[in-house]
Design a protein around this ligand. Sequence first.
Ligand SMILES: [Zn+2]
Length: 473
Amino acid sequence: MRVPVLERLVAPSIAMALFCCTGLSLWAQDRAADRRRYLDPNTPVSDDPQRIPVRPGPTGPEGAIVLTGGRVFDGTGTAARPATIVIERNRIAAIQPPAAGGRPAGARIIDVTGMTILPGLIDLHAHLTYGFGTAEEPWNLAADHVEATLRGVERLRYFIESGITSVRDVGSHGSVPFRLKHWVRQRRLPGPRVFPAGQLLTGTGGHGAEGLRPGSSLWTYVREVSGPVDWRNAVREQFKAGADVIKIASHFSPEEVKAAVEEAHALGLRVACDCETFYVDWAIDAGVDIIEHPLPRTDDAIRRMAERGMSAVPTVTAYDFVFDERGGYFGSTSRRFGFSPARNVEMIRRLKQAGVKTGVGVDVVGINYRYQLPAYIRELKHFVEAGYTVAEALMAGTKTSAEILDMDDKLGTLEVGKLADVLVVRGQPDRNLDDLTHVNLVIRDGEVVVENGRVVIPRHPALPIPPPVGMPR
Ligand SMILES: [Zn+2]
């Protein structure tokens, strides 16, 4: 029970309003976002879930971009409409009727007639550094830091070319995902925003750690954890490395998952859990924020997920590949249950019917990276099969996924004041998802990263070499 602490910190009436608005019950422990109440809403903070206060002042590239002639699907639930979008530095400055004037002086005007402007897509479940694998060793995760880094750099391009402007990395090689995040943020690499978890935390012999030999380089992806104190330490290690989210996997004991969640929430981070069956129940009891994958769970568990405001990221497409390419065979001690492609899609329907917030993650790993954008579209089509409209499926991949990332105040919809992560595709993807393949323009953080479907790498501005010492200037 954390209520007495809350009562000391927040006036009771505000506390009641908070509980009513967020759907939290009085027994709920503090959640990651509860830390926000200590921040003045006007304090500028880092553009990630860490919300570190930053120096006030302009951010993003200088200048303005105006997108004219297109139809705007803003992701808020409003139907697509003809409109002009004005971007100043890295923010959306205005969304105007097509005939409106008042463009910023010197703005770059881009004509997007015949195209749809929508929020950049979000992939909530990626492993940027996993290996490509072979038929004999499909997961082939073993790699040194150099290869893992190069793979990550290569895949950042696949994502951004696909119109995916944010990626949550839920387990990758050592410090590589953190470095990738910073290099993209500093505009030194083309790619999406990276929101890394660091290592996957799992009980001894749990999912991700099955059969790993001592000395295997895979230990850089996975941290085996044992006992509540060690689970707290493992969370702190990821926080220290710069994690934006904590990723855990079954198995664990009820005490262990509770310790991990308490520690993560105290540090301001959400917890995503790869778990199934009764581990889902224990994770719900502990207050986990997000359940990954379509793995088996009861209707009662789904009802409790909805009741407690928890989210889901079903990643059904990744499980299609388990069936298509491996006959549904896992060969894993942590996966002792049955499922089927139909039951996996049915999981999205059950989550929707119960009112669980559900986001889009594709989890293409290994050789399946060759399917990047088609896999994302397939995942959205699974949402449609499960009862979403096409527009609702697109909103699951933008607005809802930004909410699950804890970034919906900055990302996920096209609204004035939000960060300028914008995708422009030929056609009408809110009516036909396959139009997402016609990526024309991608703007991330106010910068054109993809133009005419290709990554733009600006020429680096070389400085003149100064004259040798002693020579007249
Ligand atoms: Zn995964």
